[in-house]
Design a protein around this ligand. Structure first.
Ligand code: FE2
Ligand code: FE2
Length: 206
């Protein structure tokens, strides 16, 4: 389902209002960008497998990442980069198995999308931004301890942490989520929401 449609149809109206308030006077630009996703790039094993990495996982992770940024009042410029990382963090998957190398493949695909001027990356304005997005994608399946390489208040750390936390929150689709793995205080408060969200929205071809 389109991301904007999920927000309109699945979430309570208060969330839509909070998101629009967060976007402020740039609401049109940011609202439109939510659906600017190259779905042909996404991993999709063609099943309606509810616990894999198909587009429904990506859609939930985008919404969870957005709500994290809304509650943290994260800078919109951070959100602009994070959105790209959220959409394509798993595009290099080849199956649903344990596969730490998929994050490197995802980053390579995003690099190629940028080089081929894929319109879905129109919001990435410079090579430096692309590099930050790729680093966040590369780290999403690596040990969080590696993030000590970045200052906690840096854009790079925050990109990595929000992507990791949004992805981790959707682990409610497996046996459960261990909050000890969450990095940001805002994510630690979202466990129940993530559980509810997964039960409300699992898959739709709309
Ligand atoms: Fe992943
Ligand atoms: Fe993921």
């Amino acid at each position: 389902m389109k991301i904007t449609k999920i927000i309109e149809k699945i979430l309570e109206p208060k969330y839509k209002k909070a998101i629009k308030d967060y976007f402020g006077d740039r609401v049109d630009e940011f609202w439109e960008e939510l659906d600017n996703m190259d779905r042909s790039i996404l991993f999709d094993d063609g099943t309606e497998e509810f616990d894999g990495h198909n587009p429904d996982h990506i859609e939930r992770v985008v919404v969870l990442g957005l709500l994290l940024c809304v509650s943290a009042k994260a800078p919109l410029e951070l959100w602009r980069l994070l959105l790209v990382a959220l959409k394509y963090h798993d595009c290099g998957r080849v199956d649903n198995q344990e596969d730490p190398a998929h994050s490197g493949r995802s980053a390579d695909i995003v690099q190629k999308m940028y080089e081929s001027k894929n319109a879905a990356l129109a919001s990435v304005h410079a090579k430096e931004e692309l590099e930050m997005i790729k680093i966040a994608i590369q780290h999403h399946s690596l040990d969080s301890k590696l993030l000590t390489a970045f200052a906690k208040d840096s854009t790079q750390y925050q990109l990595c942490a929000y992507l990791k936390d949004a992805d981790c929150l959707d682990r409610v689709r497996f046996v459960g989520l261990d909050p000890a793995y969450l990095l940001t205080p805002h994510a630690k408060k979202m466990e129940k929401f993530a559980d509810w969200f997964h039960s409300e929205y699992v898959w739709s071809a709309e």
